[in-house]
Each structure stands twice: as structure tokens, then as C-alpha cells.
Design a protein around this ligand. Structure first.
Ligand code: 2M8
Ligand code: MG
Ligand code: MG
Length: 269
């Protein structure tokens, strides 16, 4: 078994980012020595900090499947060729953010689209919209592959914007609060790549995936057990044609996560 989990609204509470409601399930995972992979729209900078807080030594997936990062001290992908970017071992699947932001800003100027994005926000502004603390907001602003935006224009203008995105090979993925503009990568493809690296020979592991939003669909449909974690703020994403078993939690966020993991793994005896 390998577990892939989203963070915001899934393992972390949507409003206060706490994972304390998931303590028993996290202990059970550690006890069973199961590899669990953080698969999130958050940045590498955020993940280095959060992996530490969560005591998770495994590779993690950043910015909606844009890249897999193998942290220092983790030798799980020893034989896999990786790039080294700023001293970190990574496998990137998506184009860099700079050019994407440039395009978005050109379109905004030329066509008058109404939207704002992380490139427009200061850390204190981001704290206000997200409830992140100042230091966390600074880490969230250090983006490499994706630009989260808020659409402040009409639905018709969105159609026009979406057509421009797809002509450039870009996509819009829905997170808990923002729409993430990025290249053609997703959490599901990154999960499949990492799982195949973890188990290059022998039987494929059972993949458990947990998520709460549209940007988790690509990961959830490819899992053997997909857990939709309920959100107090938005409707669950539509999972059409899951390849495995589909569950939906009763509880919200980390408390739903906790229950789902204990149900699947069995509580300690
Ligand atoms: C953004 O991601 C969440 C994930 O669903 C969202 O769209 O609401 C990201 O920018 C992430 O880096 C940041 O930590 C988070 C804060 O709520 O927002
Ligand atoms: Mg989420
Ligand atoms: Mg996420």
C-alpha cells in the first residue's frame, strides 16, 4: 500500500490548516511503516516546512503534479535519474511559471480580463484571503510552476480566457480557494510515475488517494481506493469513472481523513 494525499481541505483543515484531528491515523500509518506521499497544490518551499511538521520523510508532489521532489536523506528513488534544481533532486513534468504569468498579464492588459493572482498579492494580502500565517504566505508565494488566480469576470469572459489557455497548452485546475493556471501536468500522472519508481519490479502497490477538490480528480480516478474528503465549504468533486473503489467521508477535512484511513488500514489491535 502507498497513500497519496492532498493537504488543504483534506489532511489540513480548510480554515486553520491543523492536522490534529488526523493524529490517530497518522500514528497507524507510521506503525505499519506505510509510505505516504503529500500530493498538493502547495509549493516546494511550503512542503519542505510541512513535511517536517508532519514528520514525513518521503518524496512529495508539488503544485498539482508539476514536480516530484526527493528530499535530502530519502534514498527511495536511488536508481532513478533526477534533475538537480537549486540543490534539490526533482523530476519536473510542467513548464516553469514565469512564462505563464507573463502570458496572463499580457492577456489582462490586451483584453481587459478581470482577475487577480498570486503575482499581484503581497504576503499580508495572501494572509487575509487564506488565513495562512505571514511566514507560510511567503512560502506559498514562492511558486515555480503554477499561478493561482481568482476570476473576477463574467462566465462568458471565462470561456474566452479558457480558449486562450488551451491554445497555449495550459489548463485551469480548481483548488479550494483558487483556480490554478499551469501546464499539462496533474496529480494523477505524478502519482503514477512515483508509484512505478517506488516499485519498479514486482506487484504494483495498492494506491490509496485522498482529496477534496477538482484538482484531486486526476489522482482519485487512478487510485485503487479513492477517498473524497468532504469539505464544509464546497460540494465534493464529481468523480466520473473511477478505476477503483470510491468512498466519501462523513466528517470534514482531517477528521474525515482520520476515519477513512483507520477504516481502510484497520485500527491498531
Ligand atoms: C492554494 O491552494 C489551495 C489548495 O486547494 C487553494 O486553491 O485553495 C495554494 O496557493 C497554496 O500554495 C496555498 O498554501 C493555499 C493556501 O490556502 O492556497
Ligand atoms: Mg485540497
Ligand atoms: Mg491541494
Amino acid at each position: 500500500t502507498v497513500i497519496f494525499t492532498d493537504l488543504d481541505g483534506t489532511l489540513l483543515d480548510h480554515d486553520n490548516y491543523s492536522f490534529s484531528a488526523a493524529t490517530s491515523a497518522l500514528a497507524r500509518i507510521a506503525e505499519l511503516d506505510i509510505i505516504w506521499v503529500l500530493n498538493t497544490s502547495k509549493t516546494q518551499a511550503e512542503l519542505h516546512q510541512l513535511a517536517g511538521q508532519l514528520n514525513n520523510p518521503y518524496p512529495f508532489i508539488i503544485e498539482n503534479g508539476a514536480a516530484v521532489v526527493v528530499p535530502e536523506g530519502c534514498d527511495l528513488l536511488a536508481g532513478v535519474p533526477l534533475d538537480v534544481v537549486n540543490g534539490q533532486r526533482v523530476k519536473a513534468f510542467a513548464p516553469r511559471r514565469e512564462d505563464i504569468v507573463q502570458l496572463l498579464h499580457d492577456w489582462r492588459t490586451e483584453k481587459g480580463f478581470q482577475f487577480s493572482g498570486f503575482a499581484d498579492y503581497s504576503a499580508p494580502m495572501l494572509c487575509e484571503t487564506t488565513g495562512l500565517r505571514l511566514h507560510e504566505a511567503e512560502l506559498a508565494l514562492q511558486r515555480e510552476y503554477s499561478e493561482p488566480i481568482r476570476w473576477e469576470d463574467s462566465a462568458e469572459r471565462w470561456q474566452e480566457f479558457a480558449a486562450l489557455l488551451s491554445a497555449e497548452g495550459l489548463q485551469a485546475l480548481k483548488g479550494g480557494r483558487f483556480i490554478h493556471i499551469m501546464g499539462a501536468a496533474d496529480k494523477g500522472a505524478a502519482m503514477a510515475w512515483l508509484a512505478s519508481c517506488l516499485y519498479p519490479t514486482g506487484a504494483a502497490p495498492r494506491l490509496i488517494a485522498l482529496g477534496d477538490s477538482g484538482n484531486d480528480i486526476a489522482m482519485l480516478v487512478r487510485a485503487d481506493i479513492a477517498v473524497v474528503v468532504r469539505s464544509p465549504h464546497h460540494a465534493p468533486p464529481d468523480i466520473m469513472a473511477p478505476q477503483g473503489e470510491l468512498r466519501i467521508t462523513e466528517g470534514f477535512g482531517p477528521s474525515g481523513w482520520n476515519q477513512a484511513i483507520l477504516d481502510i488500514l484497520g485500527a491498531a489491535t
